[in-house]
Design a protein around this ligand. Structure first.
Ligand code: PLP
Length: 396
């Protein structure tokens, strides 16, 4: 056993008894290479992160350029750092008028934490409405609005005034009332099993929030940056949130997140008291430089069509015995298999054959399919055919 491997098992805090345990040598494009000379195709993009593939040259160059200039210089919001300013400017240019301010953080859960605090501070209300089966992250605030009890129960008490309603069900919307600070939701639930919102229902959620004076927070941490075919999923739905939360694919492989809203709403962070939401590393210049290059490449490319092509290829090939349905949009897909046993066999055998697939956090009978958007469709077709052969082989 190598020293690194020993240290991983003996000194890295583990989150389960059976980590995948690949010993990584390097990663490039759609591939991950291990120390023992194996090559894996990454069909989940490090969980919806590496949309431009691993080590995209534009991202790597931007990082190298930035480390030649400066690393951390000051806590958030004090000094003018070009990568932050340019990234915020380019991002806001893509967004509706009510999203003209970006608060940078380091991760998805931090983006949601910030959004929840901002909604409370701006509205002066304390109640949140969230959805069964949602996933918003593992810090206390985000966990409080995550809709799965097995993950919540061990950490109670969480935030007290959180009410869960069913996704895509209009009957629960009356719970959004004039004591509600915000509704937080994923326009397409990811970890809950890749479940897209119905368009009409999502519009009804927006309307109900407007009637109640509650803010609408879209967690687009997984759906953002062309994963579902549009830059952000809300653009496809044509339903604009008050706060937009981002992370994952934003940094092209570097850690960064953000919550975006209007200058009017963000005023709430400036007063009573000043500096009431600060961060040391949020908007780190190297992460911002990477994210800026990542966004520029995404905007210059044809990634809406790429994502649509990925979905079309999947819908053509991933069908047959053992498969219940294929859900999702663009390159955020979930292949619902007959049961957990079949799913386990398919994931394991694909893994041994060099294809990295996975489950979602709340579902053990769903194959997550979220390839890098740069993948060649002919190549993807071949991979899907191999997955189908594996499903057919294990299907009773
Ligand atoms: N929100 C959604 C929709 C996610 O899918 C995730 C992570 O999977 C998070 C929030 C949490 O992001 P992070 O792991 O960066 O904290």
């Amino acid at each position: 056993m190598s020293e690194d491997l020993q240290s991983f098992y003996n000194h890295i805090a583990q989150t389960s008894d059976n980590p995948l345990g690949l010993e990584i040598d390097r990663a490039e494009g759609c591939y991950i290479y291990t120390k023992d000379g194996k090559k894996f195709v990454d069909l989940i993009s490090g969980i919806a992160v590496s949309s431009l593939g691993h080590r995209h040259p534009a991202v790597v160059n931007a990082i190298q350029d930035q480390i030649g200039k400066h690393l951390h210089v000051m806590v958030y919001g004090e000094f003018i750092q070009a990568p932050q300013s340019r990234l915020a400017g380019l991002l806001c240019k893509q967004l509706p008028e009510n999203m003209d301010r970006v608060y940078f953080v380091n991760s998805g859960t931090e983006a949601n934490e910030g959004a929840l605090k901002l909604a409370k501070k701006y509205t002066g209300r304390k109640k949140f409405v969230a959805f069964h089966n949602s996933y918003h992250g593992d810090t206390h605030g985000s966990l409080s609005v995550t809709g799965r009890n097995i993950y919540r129960d061990p950490y109670k008490p969480l935030l007290p005034d959180v009410h869960f309603i069913h996704f895509n069900d209009p009957s629960g919307l009356h719970i959004i009332d004039n004591s509600t600070a915000a509704v937080i939701m994923e326009p397409i639930q990811g970890e809950g099993g890749v479940i897209p919102a119905d368009r009409e229902w999502l519009k009804a959620v927006r309307e109900r929030c407007d009637e109640a004076g509650a803010l609408l927070i879209f967690d687009e941490i997984q759906t953002g940056f062309f994963r579902t075919g549009s830059l952000f999923a809300f653009q496809y739905y044509n339903v604009v949130p008050d706060i937009l939360c981002l992370a994952k694919a934003m940094g092209g492989g570097m850690p960064i997140g953000a919550f975006v809203s209007s200058s009017r709403i963000f005023e709430a962070f400036k007063y009573d008291p000043p500096l009431n939401h600060v961060t040391t590393f949020g908007g780190h210049p190297v992460s911002c430089a990477a994210a800026l290059a990542n966004l520029q490449v995404l905007l210059e490319g044809d990634f809406a069509n790429k994502a649509a092509g990925i979905e079309k290829t999947a819908r053509r090939i991933l069908t047959g015995n053992g498969i219940v349905e294929l859900r999702g949009r663009g390159a955020m897909l979930g292949l619902q298999l007959r049961d957990a046993e079949l799913t386990q066999k398919v994931v394991t055998e694909c893994f041994h054959n060099g294809i990295i697939l996975g489950w979602t956090l709340h579902s053990n009978s769903l194959l997550r399919i979220a390839p890098p958007l740069i993948i060649e469709l002919e190549h993807l077709k071949e991979i899907f055919q191999r997955i189908m052969e594996t499903v057919t082989k294990h299907e009773r």
